[in-house]
Design a protein around this ligand. Structure first.
Ligand code: GDD
Ligand code: MG
Length: 349
C-alpha cells in the first residue's frame, strides 16, 4: 500500500511577517486560489493513495487549524507533535505510525508549502519513484533543475546515466553561496525538492544507522501502555529525540540515495523571492498585492493590507510586506536574513 506523510509543522520563518508562529504560511491561501497551501497539498495526492492513507504531521498548537482545513481526515490521521524537532523526528513518528498499519508500506513524504503547477506530471513522477522503492530498500528524492545559486535548498549530485531513477553521488544541504555557485556551474547538480519516497524498511534501516536514538524510541514504542497513554508516549519520545532535519540527519549521510529528475512546475514557497518568481509581474517587473501606487519602482514585491494605501517612490529589488502589525522592508537579495530579523523581533515572531 501507498501512504502519504504531509509535513505541516514548520513556522516558515523566511516568509515573515506573513508567515507567523501562530499561523504559518502553509495555512494561508498564499496565491489567492481559494485554497490554502495545506489543502492544495492534500488534494494533490488524491489518486496516489486512498484518502485514509494520508497523514499530516503538525505541531500540537495547529491542531484546530488543521482540523478546520481538512475536516475529512480522521483524528488518527493528524499526528500532533508536542515540540518542534525539525523534520527527522516528524517523519520517524509518522513512519512508525504507518508501520503499525502496514509494515511493508511504501511512503511518500511531502512538505505542505510547495506549489506544483503540473499536477499530472507530478503524480506520474511520484508513481515512478514508488515503483522503484516497492522492491528495493533505497531512499528516493525528486530533483529539480536549478535556476540560480539559491542557498536555501539541498543540492544533489547524481551519476548521469540513462536510468530514470539515478544513483546519487552526494547530497549537500543548504551550501554556502560559493559552493552553490560551483554546483550550478558544474551542471550535474539538481535541487532537492524536499519530497521523499521509500518503503518503511528502507527508512527504518537508515534511521537506525544515522539517528539511532530517535529510532530506538519509536521502535520500542509505548511499552508501558497500561500506564501511559499514546499522548504521553509521544511527549516522552519528543523529549528524547534530538532536533535535526531529514536532510542533515539522513540524506547527507546515506549511501543508498537515488533521485528522479523532475519537471512539474515546482516551487518552494519558502521565501519572498520564491513568491515573487511565481507571481505575475507588471511592466516594471513588480509584483503587487494591495492598494499600491508606485513611482520609479522596479523588480520589487509589495504585499500590503488592502485597507491601507501604500505609495512608494524609487525602490529597486525590494520586499515590502505588511501583515498583522508588522511591516518589513528588505532588499530582495538579503531575504535569507529574514530569519535573523524574526529572531530579533522575538515577541512578534
Ligand atoms: N511536523 C513538522 N515538524 N513539520 C515540520 C517541522 C517540524 O518540526 N519543521 C519543518 N516542517 C515542515 C515545514 O512546514 C515544511 O512543510 C517542511 O517540513 C520542510 O521544512 P522547511 O523548513 O520548509 O525546509 P526547507 O525548505 O528549509 O528545506 C527543505 O526543503 C527544500 C525544498 O523546499 C530541504 O529538504 C531542502 O533540501 C530542500 O531543497
Ligand atoms: Mg521549505
Amino acid at each position: 500500500d501507498t501512504f502519504v506523510i504531509i509535513m505541516a509543522g514548520g513556522v516558515g520563518t523566511r516568509f515573515w511577517p506573513f508567515s507567523r508562529t501562530h499561523f504559518p504560511k502553509q495555512f494561508h491561501d498564499v496565491l489567492g486560489t481559494g485554497k490554502t497551501l495545506l489543502q492544495q497539498t492534500v488534494e494533490r495526492f488524491y489518486g496516489v493513495c486512498p484518502v485514509e492513507n494520508i497523514y499530516i504531521v503538525t505541531s500540537l498548537e495547529y491542531k484546530d487549524i488543521v482540523k478546520e482545513q481538512v475536516p475529512f481526515l480522521n483524528d488518527e490521521q493528524i499526528l500532533l507533535e508536542p515540540n518542534r524537532r525539525n523534520t527527522a523526528p516528524c517523519i520517524a513518528y509518522a513512519c512508525y505510525k504507518i508501520a503499525s498499519r502496514n509494515p511493508n508500506a511504501n511512503v511518500v513524504v511531502a512538505p505542505a508549502d510547495h506549489i506544483i503547477l503540473k499536477e499530472d506530471v507530478f503524480r506520474d513522477t511520484i508513481k515512478v519513484a514508488l515503483g522503484a522503492t516497492r522492491n528495493e530498500d533505497i531512499l528516493v528524492t525528486l530533483g529539480i533543475q536549478p535556476s540560480r545559486p539559491d542557498t536555501g535548498y539541498g543540492y544533489i549530485q547524481y551519476i548521469p546515466d540513462k536510468l530514470t531513477v539515478k544513483k546519487v553521488k552526494s547530497f549537500t544541504e543548504k551550501p554556502h553561496l560559493e559552493l552553490a555557485m560551483q554546483f550550478l556551474d558544474s551542471g550535474d547538480f539538481v535541487w532537492n525538492a524536499g519530497i521523499f519516497v521509500w518503503n518503511i524498511n528502507a527508512f527504518k534501516k537508515a534511521l537506525k544507522k544515522f539517528q539511532p536514538y530517535t529510532a530506538e524510541i519509536f521502535e520500542e514504542g509505548n511499552t508501558h501502555y497500561y500506564l501511559e497513554t499514546e499522548d504521553m508516549f509521544v511527549q516522552r519520545a519528543y523529549q528524547h529525540c534530538g532536533s535535526i532535519s531529514i536532510d542533515n540527519g539522513i540524506m547527507e549521510k546515506a549511501d543508498n540515495v537515488h533521485v528522479v529528475l523532475s519537471n512539474f512546475g515546482w516551487s518552494d514557497l519558502g521565501t519572498w523571492k520564491s513568491l515573487y518568481e511565481v507571481s505575475e509581474k507588471d511592466e516594471h517587473m513588480n509584483v503587487t498585492d494591495g492598494n499600491v501606487i508606485l513611482y520609479d519602482t522596479t523588480n520589487s514585491i509589495i504585499k500590503t493590507p488592502k485597507d491601507k494605501l501604500v505609495v512608494i517612490n524609487g525602490l529597486d529589488g525590494f520586499i515590502v510586506a505588511e501583515y498583522d502589525g508588522v511591516l518589513l522592508i528588505c532588499k530582495k537579495e538579503d531575504e535569507q536574513r529574514v530569519k535573523e530579523f524574526v529572531a530579533d523581533a522575538k515577541e512578534v515572531n
